[in-house]
Design a protein around this ligand. Structure first.
Ligand code: PMT
Length: 410
């Protein structure tokens, strides 16, 4: 018997792009699963792909002639490439090689597959597959981030043993998992109907009308998370400290300045949210008194009395019937160790540890690395563009959120 999710694919028109890479042999199984669930699958191969899997094999499992050439008279007469671009309800490229991602990021239309991607209004999803060093190369990360900003979804890559003998991020997500993603895509997003409240950026604690205590958070990590939650269908409210970032499409934004304003904005909204993520770098202390006028430099030394701000994350996590709560821990040493202490002390469902003040990642930069910790488990998300990382993190949050619900309901 087919599950509701699997029925979601019946009659769906999926254009499956295959580019050159050892993972191309796995696409055969993906096509088999898609076809079995009732989808119409048109395979389009790049020149390199046929080095790894034959068009004949993919034709046999998809039941349709495979398309390869941009100007192929016989195929163009049956269904021209523009018609094919319009036909697709979803374009999934699996595996997507580094070179294909680079072409796409730069808008090239130099073969049938890249032309179709440009000419189609269908959602475009890529399952990257490449050597771990190639994936982590800044050029690939930049391309991935450009594609994400344009609304392209990245399904993966996974991390682990690679065909080249190396270990790391770059493996194509397994066919069964890609198949499930495709099912979820057609049931309008894993987090459809889920309300997410998110904090991002720094807070500023005034000393006088011109000075404040602040920190280095740029808001990039939090804004990337907001974008990734929207991509999974969630309704997102973003409480942002003072940052110079554009609001991601589909996100409701509330601007605040101080920790107390952030706390109030969160408390006003938290009762109606399902998931709360505290990514903001909230000031732990504020000046007890903020001077009304600019303080004059009359003395050689001055002391500012600081008082503790309330912990917003801990307050949300302590709410009876509160949301699924995810915190961050910014540490300059032993991030996992201190993050685990914070997870237990603040009683949050998950916490993402990151190293700040190091040579790469953390505050202000475009890339970051995270270790996500929860009761009885952890996941390491290696250094990557914050957009890519946010997608990975949000996928994990969605899985755990779903599990908590399933466990509660049964
Ligand atoms: O903004 P970017 O430049 O992209 O940088 C991203 C980041 C480094 C800011 C982000 O990845 C991050 O780590 N955010 C949390 C920063 C932080 O304040 O960490 P913390 O270890 O001090 O706090 C732990 C958790 O408690 C955080 O979820 C924080 O939001 C929360 N907190 C802290 C104090 C407070 N008064 N209220 C809180 O809710």
């Amino acid at each position: 018997m087919q599950s509701d999710e699997n029925r979601a694919l019946a009659g769906r028109r999926i254009l499956l792009g295959v580019t050159g890479g050892i993972a191309a042999y796995k696409t055969v199984e993906l096509v088999r699963l898609l076809v079995k669930s009732g989808a119409e699958v048109q395979v389009v191969m790049s020149g390199g792909a046929s080095q790894f899997v034959t068009p004949m094999t993919l034709q046999a499992v998809s039941g349709r002639p495979v398309r390869q050439a941009l100007f192929d008279e016989a195929h163009e007469a049956a269904m021209g490439h523009i018609e094919l671009a319009r036909w697709a309800e979803l374009i999934l490229v699996a595996p997507a090689s580094a070179s294909f991602m680079a072409r796409l990021a730069n808008g090239f239309a130099d073969n049938l597959l890249s032309t179709l991607c440009l000419a189609s209004a269908a959602p475009l999803c890529l399952a990257p597959a490449m050597n771990q060093q190639m994936w982590q190369n800044p050029a690939t990360q930049e391309n991935a981030s450009r594609l994400l900003r344009r609304g392209v979804q990245l399904w993966g890559p996974a991390s682990g043993d690679q065909a080249c003998g190396e270990v790391g991020p770059g493996r194509m997500v397994e066919p069964e998992a890609l198949f499930q993603q495709a099912c979820r895509h057609f049931t309008s997003g894993v987090l459809a109907g889920v309300r997410v409240l998110l904090t991002a950026g720094p807070t500023r604690e005034p000393i006088d009308p011109v000075r404040f205590i602040g920190n280095r958070s740029s808001g990039k990590m939090g804004f990337a998370l907001a974008r990734a939650f929207v991509a999974l269908g969630a309704h997102v409210e973003l409480v942002a400290g003072p940052v110079v970032l554009v609001t991601p499409p589909g996100v409701e934004r509330v601007d605040v300045e101080t920790a107390r304003e952030m706390e109030q904005a969160v408390l006003d909204r938290v009762a109606s949210c399902d998931i709360f993520v505290g990514c903001a770098a909230v000031a732990d202390y504020r000046p007890e008194v903020a001077a009304d006028q600019k303080i004059k430099k009359d003395n050689e030394q001055m002391a500012i009395q600081l008082v503790r701000n309330n912990d917003i994350l801990a307050a949300v996590a302590a709410m009876p019937e509160g949301p699924f709560t995810v915190g961050f821990a910014a540490e300059t040493q032993s991030p996992e160790h201190y993050a685990e202490k914070k997870r237990l002390a603040k009683k949050v469902d998950m916490i993402a540890a990151n190293l700040v003040g190091a040579q790469s990642g953390g505050f202000e930069r475009d890339e970051n690395a995270l270790t996500l910790l929860w009761a009885g488990g952890q996941a390491v998300l290696p250094m990557a563009d914050k957009g890519v990382l946010a997608q990975q993190l949000v996928t994990l949050i969605a899985e755990h959120y779903e599990n908590r619900h399933t466990t509660k309901d049964t």
